[in-house]
Write a protein that binds this ligand. Structure first.
Ligand SMILES: N[C@H](CCC[C@H](N)C(=O)O)C(=O)O
Length: 292
């Protein structure tokens, strides 16, 4: 039995991940082991852990069924070890890893995810991926101003928000006039009402100009992160909805604390995320330091 585990550290606009190759699915990844790998002091450190596994060897049957469309499965875990359906920044880092390792060739690769296969294609010095279709909560629940939730961020009075489903859940807050993103206390989990059944990722968005927004994000299963790819898409969808411009194929520059992403709204509720992916380092973890 190998006593060490190979890993690669990577990030997309400083949303960072520990990639663990387990190509034939023989090692597995328990929630406790994922959380230990993500630990920034006793482990490698990251917002998430991504197991790189052949789709045919995935634990979930519905993922295995997509093996004819995608050879590799992005098995995404949050820093707390919880599963997530999708990770936008993670898909770009995953594609970069597959290309560097010679596990994929050419300018595009279809990646299996819990949300279904997505095509990640080379885009300038980064990657682009359609993370759609997005969905709003039952439009009937969005009041006349386009909000369907209230969010307490830190000690502030509640802010109005809109739920956006990107395969994973998002609650997008429109930062009230006169407040500054930098002043928000995102050290605690924002309190969302109605309480989302499976938790949610909370983005607080500020308009910068036409087709340009900035956001901070508190991620489900992590805490505040420097960037969230599905969150950038959710924020662009919500901002377009509030502007009554959802059907215009708009493009967005999304400034996140860790850098800049681009989002393009596509027909049929498609939404393309584009941005960088960096592989920072490779290493080995002593299995004796990890829980089973
Ligand atoms: N925390 C998220 C998953 C990671 C999403 C984010 N890192 C991205 O780039 O989309 C969730 O539990 O739904």
């Amino acid at each position: 039995m190998a006593d060490r585990l190979a890993f690669t550290k990577g990030h997309g606009t400083e949303n960072d991940f520990v990639l663990v190759p387990d190509l034939d699915g023989t090692v597995g990844l328990s929630p406790a082991r994922a959380a230990a790998l993500a630990d920034r002091r006793a482990g490698v450190g990251g917002d998430g852990v991504i197991r790189v596994v052949r789709t045919a060897a995935a634990d979930e049957a519905d993922v295995r069924e997509t093996a004819d469309r995608a050879e590799w499965f992005m098995d995404y875990r949050n820093a707390d070890g919880s599963l997530a359906e999708m990770c936008g920044n993670g898909t770009r880092v995953f594609a970069e890893y597959l290309r560097r390792e010679g596990l994929a060739a050419g300018d595009a690769v279809v990646v299996a995810t819990r949300r279904g296969p997505v095509e990640v294609r080379s885009d300038g010095d980064g990657w682009a991926v359609d993370l759609g279709p997005w969905a709003l909560a039952d439009p009937g629940t969005a009041d006349r101003d386009g909000f369907d939730a209230l969010v307490h961020v830190g000690a502030d009075d509640p802010f109005s928000a809109l739920s956006v489903d990107m395969g994973n859940p998002h609650t997008v807050v429109a930062l009230p006039e006169g407040l500054d993103l930098d002043d928000l206390d995102l050290t605690r989990v924002p309190v969302v009402n109605p309480v989302p059944a499976h938790g949610t990722n909370v983005e607080v968005v500020r308009p910068i100009g036409p087709g340009h927004i900035a956001l901070r994000v508190h991620e489900r299963g992590v805490g505040e992160t420097r960037s969230c790819g599905t969150g950038a898409c959710a924020a662009a969808v919500a901002t377009s909805f509030w502007a009554g411009a959802l059907d215009t194929g708009s493009t967005w520059v999304v400034d996140v604390p860790g850098g800049r992403l681009r989002v393009r709204l596509l027909p049929d509720r498609g939404v393309e995320l584009a941005g960088p992916a960096v592989l920072v380092a490779d290493g080995m973890v002593d299995l004796a330091t990890l829980p089973d």
